[in-house]
Design a protein. Sequence first.
Lengths: 510, 102
Amino acid sequence: MNWLAIGMFVVIVGITLGITYWASKRTKTTTEFYAAGRSISGVQNGFAIAGDYMSAASFLGIAGLIALYGYDGFLYSVGWLVAYIVVLILVAEPMRNSGKYTMADVLAYRLSPKPVRSAAALSTLVISTFYMLAQMVGAGSLIKLLLGIPYEFSVVFIGIMMILYVTFGGMLGTTWVQIIKAGLLMFGAIFLSVWVLGKFHFNLVDFFNKIAAQPEHGQKFLEPGQLFKNPIELVSLGMALVLGTAGMPHILMRFFTVPTAKAARTSVLWAMGLIGSFYIMTTFLGFGAAYFVGSSAVKAADKGGNMAAPLLAQTLGGGPGTVGGEFLLAFLCAVAFATILAVVAGLTLAASSAFAHDFYVNVIKGGSADEVTQVRVAKRTGVVVGIIAIILGILAKGQNVAYLVALAFAVASSANVPVIILAIFWKKFNTGGAVAGIIVGLVASVGLMAISPNVMGKAAIFPLGNPGIVSIPLGFIAAYLGSVFYNEKSAAAAKFEELYVRANTGLGAE
Amino acid sequence: MRWDKIAQSEDFKHLISIKSRFVVIAIIISSVYYFALPLSVGYFPKIMNQKVIGSINLAYLFALSQFFVAWIIAGVYARVANRHFDPLADKIKKQYVGGLEK
């Protein structure tokens, strides 16, 4: 038992519950619950996006991949930042201008609401589930490794925390949990990076020279090809990373919390600054762990390399058993824990809004439900989503986390992104195209993943671990063909003008 | 509701034309620059493995440059949007907001 780590966990839990209590007093209406009353400023939202986005996969996963495979791990960092160009230029402002709480609001504007909302709710639930599972499995293993608390107990605990944040704190509480987490994560990363580079007198060339000079690594460690052997795989992964972010429901939802499109733009710029700086620092954390801890020692602690950053902190602090080492290890683990809590809260909220707002209120109730009922249903859905996440999290014990995250990004980029982009920019797009695009993108990405080497190993039918290069074009083609062959009776094209004006000017924006 | 009238107005058409031109160019530049990275490290590892300063090779510098290029494109977008897109959108909004009430 690491009492220091437990103490820090308790502090983080206490602070976040305090925020939740404060937020619960300010969360009564639907807009307050889903969109924090549109009261979040651009800068705050920038921090919250960073907090929502940089998951355990970023902090623990990438540092681990770099510590084990060197250069190739850094390619994830690059893709995950460049993705925000798509978000900034194509989706953030139109979303804010024409949506209310979910991406389906934007689609339902000009298309037949019931089929479109049902399809969008389905893809949102699938993406949130895979992404949430990845976080739960990661968190469960991490806490077990550090504190010796059984995996199942950790998963139940995280599930309860996220239910509390979301049902009581709503979007306001979730936002502040994410802002604090982003601050903690940046502090942790800067702190470790400065320490690592300080050991080399802040000479970057010396840093890389010394790594290359280690017999365990050599110059090869700084070169591509240690993890990805197939260039097509690299391109496919790149496509899913770069486009997937623009289809991530928990990220899109953040744009509804700010008052104007301009604030949405400001928030992406801040998020890009934070996320980019963090990802550049992953090289110091990852290569630093490889140098100071050693790749084999990192691998010995966890096969996936997920313990690289915490082990680096422990080693820099003086090693296992020393006060400094144990303190830093506990601090880093607490940061990782806060990271996971903030991301799962955002995902729970996105999943709840997809079910409660899109499916229950607008499909089952035909849009006619009063405020009180809407908030009540949203909260109940949050509880149900949390319980399902706990059950699936326990069942998914031992699953490969990277695979689950890749799947979430593949589905988001193949099912959501083609439909969002075409709805905003293409006049002839219609309900047939939206439903076909979402369903084909969803089935293609999940199906190809099921027959990929990640699942079937050497017997794989589909040769790539990332289906993006096939499933993303399929999503676009299905959305195109669906629009061409489906004869829409309602005035989808006429409605396009309305959406187009709204999306580009902010006229009539809520 | 006069959405079609706004959509046909000179101001709106002008906004869309300058905006689309910028968006298309920005997306093409960033896509070409981004996908050049996986393609070059995948297909031309010999060139990318060239050391530039000490052990730091072209592959790392190229990957690192991606962050700065993304930041620059984002910065240029924000500047253009603040200076050119927003004033036009505001003008349209002011003009039509009265006429949009039912």
